[in-house]
Design a protein around this ligand. Structure first.
Ligand code: SF4
Ligand code: SF4
Ligand code: SF4
Length: 338
C-alpha cells in the first residue's frame, strides 16, 4: 500500500469510529486538523468511558505518555473525559461533538474560510442525508414547561426547565449551528452544557460563562419567546446539553424539516390538543409550528397528531390558552447518547 493509501485507510477507520459517513470530502476535512497521531488516539478510545490504563494498553504506551496524548486529544475535542470520585475516565467523541468544539474554540476561523466551506459542503450535501438513517433517534424535543397542564402527567426529564433546575453545573456556549450557518438573527449565546459536559468545556477553557440556574432559566425563557425549539440528548437520565434550535441553522432540525429524516429527532411524549371553545382562529400558533402539524380549518386551529412533535411552541404563543399538551406515549428512551 502506498503511503497516501495507508493514510487514507486510517482516516476511513476514524470516520467509522466517529460516526461520520465515508466520503472523500470528510477525509480531506479530517486531514486538515487531525494528525495520524490523533487518529491513533481516537481509534484507541471507545464510546464506553474507560480508565487511563485501558487506553494506554491499546496505545501500547506507558500511562504517563498515554495521558499526555489524551490531554492533547481533549484539547482537539476528539476525546471526552468524566471525573469520578475515584478516577478520570476517557471516551471517544462523535463527529458532531468534534465539529462543535472546532466552532466553540474558534479553531474553525484559524483553519480558514476554505475549511469552513468544505465542511459546510460535506454537511449539507452528504452528512445530513445519511447520518440520520439510524434506528434510535438522536435527539428528543422537550415540551416547554408553560404548556404542560398537569405536572403529575409529566415524566420529569422532559421538562427543559426541570433539567436545568436539576443540573449541578451549567455552562453557556455559543450555538454551533447558528455560528456556522448564520441563516437567521436568533441569538447564538444559547447552548447550555450540563454537569460533566459543563466540566469538560470548563477544563478546555472554551465556554462563555458558568450560569446560575436562574440565569439559565432566563435564557430558556428568552429562546422560547423567540419560538426556538428545545432539545436534549436522547438518554433516560443525566441530560448533557440543552439546546434551543432554529429550523434554518440547526443541523438536527434541518435533517428532519428540510430533508424529511424522521429519525433525526425523537418526538416528545406529548401532542398538542386544542380547546376549540377558546380558539379565536387568530393563526398565531400556526406560524410557530415548524413541523407542519398546525393549520386552521373553518376558523379553528387543528392539530395533525401524526406530524406533531409535542414541542409546545404553539401552546406558548396562544394568548387564549386554547392549546394544551397531552401525553400520548410512555417513553422513547434510549439507553445512552454514545
Ligand atoms: S443543535 Fe440547536 S442549539 Fe445546538 S448547536 Fe445546533 S442549532 Fe444550536
Ligand atoms: S393561537 Fe390560540 S386562539 Fe390563535 S388560532 Fe392558535 S389556538 Fe386559536
Ligand atoms: S402542533 Fe407544532 S408547534 Fe404545536 S406542539 Fe405540535 S409540533 Fe409543536
Amino acid at each position: 500500500m502506498t503511503d497516501r493509501k495507508s493514510k487514507n485507510h486510517v482516516y476511513c477507520k476514524v470516520i467509522d469510529a466517529i460516526q461520520g459517513t465515508r466520503s472523500k470530502l470528510l477525509i480531506e476535512i479530517l486531514k486538515r486538523f487531525l494528525t495520524i497521531d490523533d487518529c491513533e488516539v481516537i481509534l484507541a478510545l471507545r464510546y464506553e468511558p474507560e480508565p487511563l490504563e485501558k487506553v494506554a494498553e491499546r496505545l501500547r504506551e506507558d500511562p504517563k505518555t498515554a495521558r499526555k496524548r489524551l490531554e492533547k486529544a481533549i484539547s482537539k475535542g476528539v476525546c471526552y473525559f468524566i471525573s469520578t470520585a475515584q478516577d478520570v475516565l476517557y471516551r471517544r467523541q462523535p463527529l458532531f461533538a468534534i465539529v462543535e468544539t472546532l466552532f466553540v474554540d474558534g479553531r474553525d476561523r484559524q483553519l480558514g474560510d476554505d475549511f469552513r466551506a468544505i465542511l459546510a459542503k460535506y454537511w449539507n450535501e452528504e452528512f445530513i442525508h445519511k447520518y440520520y438513517d439510524v434506528e434510535k433517534p438522536r435527539y428528543r424535543i422537550i415540551p416547554v414547561e408553560k404548556s404542560i397542564p398537569f405536572a403529575t402527567l409529566v415524566i420529569p426529564y422532559q421538562y427543559a426547565a426541570d433539567i436545568l433546575r436539576r443540573a449541578k453545573r451549567i455552562v453557556l456556549l455559543r450555538c454551533t449551528c447558528r455560528s456556522w450557518f448564520q441563516r437567521c438573527d436568533n441569538p447564538v449565546e444559547t447552548c447550555m452544557l450540563l454537569d460533566d459536559a459543563a466540566e469538560y468545556y470548563q477544563a478546555r477553557g472554551s465556554y462563555i460563562k458558568e450560569l446560575t440556574v436562574k440565569e439559565s432559566l432566563e435564557i430558556l425563557h428568552r429562546t422560547e419567546e423567540l419560538g426556538l425549539i428545545h432539545a436534549t440528548d436522547n438518554v433516560a437520565e443525566d441530560a448533557k446539553f440543552l439546546c434551543s434550535c432554529c429550523p434554518c441553522c440547526c443541523v438536527v432540525l434541518r435533517g428532519l424539516i428540510a430533508y424529511g429524516k424522521r429519525k433525526a429527532v425523537a418526538k416528545s411524549l406529548y401532542v398538542a390538543r386544542v380547546d376549540e371553545s377558546k380558539c379565536t382562529g387568530c393563526g398565531e400558533c400556526v406560524k410557530r409550528c415548524y413541523f407542519g402539524a398546525a393549520a386552521l380549518h373553518g376558523g379553528k386551529r387543528r392539530v395533525d397528531a401524526e406530524k406533531c412533535f409535542g414541542c409546545g411552541a404553539c401552546a406558548w404563543v396562544c394568548k387564549n390558552n386554547a392549546i394544551a399538551l397531552v401525553p400520548v406515549r410512555e417513553s422513547m428512551r434510549g439507553p445512552s447518547s454514545a
